[in-house]
Design a binder for this molecule. Structure first.
Ligand code: LLP
Length: 420
């Protein structure tokens, strides 16, 4: 599935005006490539859909935290959803405004809380009574008042992969919606926190709008109950989670998703926050990998490529399906290939049963790799992580250099010689 920012010219795949065969020859493989135009367009779909409401789009940094990606979004006025002190520093380094940052995460460290208080972020999304009290105590020590929202767990089935479903009662996330009113009352009595919002996030890669609207309905009942007690909130944070079509599956558009939610908010002037990650960057990125060799057994054809599960773990971890396309289309006989990497695990595959025409040396693009791609890469099997490129029209910027072998063990050392 080739999207905005990527197109085929004659037989060859381009990212904006850059020929991807040339790019891979210059920078090597595996290689992540992002289209600035595609990122900006995806972000602007949210801005356009929300134009009639007070809103803040807080891009979920975890989806792709490269400084160049954050910087593109910061220039468009985006806010950011962070989950660690590391992400906070990245956002600031990329020119993001602390006053537009919301801090999510089920287990914030005291140091990270302090750092975010000092930076002056917009809101802490609090996930438990214990965290509420801890944050209040830390804020008092720092002579600050932490703006907070409670992340409620609405007990709605997001109907997505169980590893990325977060809004069910037995998930570790959020505060039971039934207990939320009591916790708001407690928050009002604490000196170090000030409740300004309500928050939820029910999961990722949702393929239908129903679970989002069901969640909103439950949140509205809570908001009304709080209002009756005189607790008024400035914002409603509906999290992220809208899915993308990795293949030909039907997916609601950003407009349909936002329209369905705002339709339920007619007459209510509460500011809206969204925390989209995947739907902004997934389809704006690909990972390039080269076929090292081909191997056939009695039952299978394997294409052995130079990228592996350490470079892109989604297929191995979630059995996720991402399209794999040749960068240059060729003539010949097609076969069903398992596209597999060099890592010593049977789970090391990028795709299975893919109908492709292949020869050794061919360049392949794994599409939909802009979200949860490089950020989840590891050095397993002592493999340096790939370089990242951001294409801006006819310029390819190296926005992260390829790791070197010596970087792999920087910080490690051998034991001093044993005393005889
Ligand atoms: N807000 C919170 C609190 C989150 O936990 C997440 C994602 C988001 C926003 C952004 O969700 P998105 O719009 O990207 O769906 N590694 C998995 C996805 C993990 C999502 C974790 N939380 C994958 O590759 O599918």
């Amino acid at each position: 599935m080739i999207e905005d920012g990527f197109e085929r010219r004659a037989q060859t795949l381009f990212c904006e005006s850059i020929n991807l065969e040339h790019l891979a020859s210059t920078h090597g493989t595996p290689l992540y490539v992002y289209s600035r135009r595609a990122i900006e367009r995806a972000y602007m779909r949210y801005e356009t859909a929300l134009a009639a409401r007070r809103h803040l789009i807080c891009y979920a940094v975890k989806a792709n935290s490269n400084l160049a990606v954050l910087n593109c979004l910061a220039r468009l006025g985006a806010g950011f959803d962070i989950v660690s002190g590391g992400e906070l520093e990245r956002v600031i380094a990329a020119g993001g405004e602390p006053s537009k940052i919301v801090f999510s995460g089920v287990c914030k460290s005291p140091e990270d809380m302090r750092q975010a208080l000092t930076a002056g972020i917009r809101c802490f999304n609090v996930e438990s009574a214990a965290e509420l009290h801890q944050l209040s105590a830390i804020a008092c020590e720092e002579n600050k008042i932490a703006p907070i929202s409670l992340r409620v767990n609405p007990d709605v089935d997001a109907r997505t992969h169980p590893y990325i479903s977060t809004g069910l009662k037995d998930n570790k996330f959020g505060i039971d919606i039934a207990l939320a009113p009591e916790l708001y009352r407690q928050a009002l009595l604490l000196e170090g926190v000030h409740p300004i919002g309500i928050d939820c996030h029910i999961g990722s890669q949702l393929q239908s709008i129903g679970p989002f609207t069901d969640t909103l309905e439950r949140l509205l009942v809570l908001i009304e109950a709080l209002e009756q007690e005189g607790i008024t909130l400035e914002h409603l944070d509906l999290g992220g989670g809208l899915g993308v079509a990795y293949g030909n599956e039907a997916m609601p558009s950003v407009k349909d998703y936002i329209d369905a939610l705002t339709a339920k908010l007619t007459g209510r002037d509460i500011a809206l926050i969204f925390e989209p990650g995947r739907s902004i960057v997934a389809m704006a990125g690909i990972m390039l990998t080269r076929v090292n060799s081909l191997k056939s057994t009695q039952d299978k054809h394997f294409a052995l490529v130079d990228a592996a599960m350490n470079d892109l773990i989604r297929p191995a971890l979630y059995s996720a399906w991402q399209d794999i396309v040749p960068v240059t289309q060729r003539e010949g006989e097609s076969r069903r290939w398992d596209v597999v990497g060099p890592v010593c695990e049977t789970g090391d595959f990028l795709g299975k049963d893919r109908q492709l025409i292949l020869s050794p040396g061919d360049l392949l693009a794994v599409t939909g790799a802009g979200a949860y791609g490089f950020v989840m890469a590891s050095n397993y099997n002592s493999r340096p992580r790939p370089a990242e490129i951001m294409v801006d029209n006819d310029t390819a910027h190296v926005v992260r250099t390829r790791e070197t072998r010596s970087q792999l063990w920087a910080g490690e050392q051998c034991l001093p010689e044993a005393i005889q």
